[in-house]
Ligand binder design. Structure first.
Ligand SMILES: [Zn+2]
Length: 369
């Protein structure tokens, strides 16, 4: 089969490799649609972010290696011994981070807290290939109402569902979201389903602000022309919002804000309010902790998404409560287009992309319209 393998940073090649063999608890699936995550698009170029050291070590010791591709929709071709929840022909998506099944947390029924298990695309091969070998415990069935393209966004959306759950939004809480890339737009839409009051979003790209309004933000602030903190205070009688999601921090090489939007988030939240840290920064930051302490701010990080989050994600999309179709701006065709998808996802502002660019690898013959 054809699979993309990494020989180093900035060096991916389409190789012929042996087809995977299905072991117990595993399935083999044909990849229908896959997209690089924003994190993967950075790592492919050697930009420090989440898991940079692990990827660097794998490239130095194991290259060529199949990496990345945890945001996908695939159709099961074969199931291994003991697989009971899925059958050939089922369409599936996956959560990325898996429990190890052997540590004290896993053995005491708290596997959602485990940090020792593998991540699809990082320690396990992902889906930038014609066929994928996937563990049953990672998978969820995709509802017929959801297209292959939407299904490739379900993993990322389930992380946003976990982030919104972490915020414990109360009925009527005002919410601000810095960054209206795919995760920012997802957090905004999911927050709406949880009884949020006023929802204010911030971005520096006009197309992202427009999309945010279209998908339900009450106010979308373009921070290019104004101070977003002052604008948020004006919209909340000088208080600041109850909850902020910070989804814009990270490397400027990826068009992200470094730590600027995090500092703005601390200023835009009311005293005693919550900041949910969705961004990865790729380096240590200097933060004035006394300032957070004095204002009793809660700086929280999302839980890992579980199968329950992923199943809820499927319901949110199938029922139309969260809309993914409008954010899918770039769909490429054929496995040879994968490097182009990395290029677009790595430079979303330049290409006016909202979601990562997707690649249809072996599309269904009968697509849901
Ligand atoms: Zn474990």
């Amino acid at each position: 089969m054809k699979a993309w393998r990494f020989y180093g940073f900035n060096d991916m090649r389409l190789d012929d490799v042996a087809e995977p063999r299905c072991g117990p608890g595993q399935v083999i699936a044909e990849v229908l649609c896959v997209q690089p995550s924003v994190t993967e698009a950075q790592l492919a170029r050697g930009i420090p972010t989440l898991a940079y050291e692990q990827i660097k070590a794998r490239l130095e010791t194991e290259a060529p290696v199949q990496l990345f591709g945890h945001e996908f929709c695939a159709r099961i071709r074969e199931t291994g011994e003991g697989v009971s929840r899925f059958h050939p022909g089922d369409r599936v998506a996956a959560r990325a981070k898996l429990p190890c099944g052997a540590c004290p947390l896993c053995l005491s029924g708290r596997s959602h807290l485990c940090r020792r298990g593998p991540i699809i695309g990082f320690q396990l091969p992902g889906c930038f290939s014609e066929l994928a070998l996937l563990p049953e415990i990672a998978l969820v069935k995709v509802d017929e109402k959801i297209s292959d393209n939407e299904a490739a966004c379900l993993q990322s959306l389930s992380d946003s569902v976990a982030a919104v759950e972490t915020a414990e939004i109360r009925m009527g809480d005002s919410v601000a979201i810095f960054g209206q890339g795919s995760m920012g737009l997802e957090c905004m839409q999911v927050a709406r389903t949880c009884g949020s009051g006023k929802i204010i979003t911030v971005d520096v790209r006009e197309e992202a602000c427009q999309m945010s309004k279209e998908l339900g933000a009450d106010f979308a602030i373009n921070a290019t022309g104004c101070d977003p903190v002052a604008a948020i205070r004006d919209l909340t009688e000088g208080n600041g919002v109850d909850v902020v999601f910070e989804c814009a921090g990270g490397s400027p090489k990826q068009g992200l804000s470094e730590s600027k939007t995090l500092l703005q988030a601390f200023e835009a939240v009311r005293s005693g309010g919550k900041i949910i840290g969705v961004s990865w920064f790729g380096q240590p930051l200097q933060i004035n902790i006394d300032w957070l302490r004095e204002r009793s701010l809660r700086y929280l990080f999302p839980d890992i998404s579980t199968v329950a989050h992923l199943e809820h994600t499927v319901r949110l999309v199938a029922s139309g409560r969260v809309r993914l179709k409008p954010v899918i701006t770039h769909v490429l065709s054929g496995i040879e287009s994968v490097p182009r998808a990395f290029e677009i996802t790595g430079h979303k502002a330049k290409y006016k992309a909202i979601n990562p660019a997707q690649v249809s690898i072996c599309p269904r013959t009968t697509q849901v319209p």
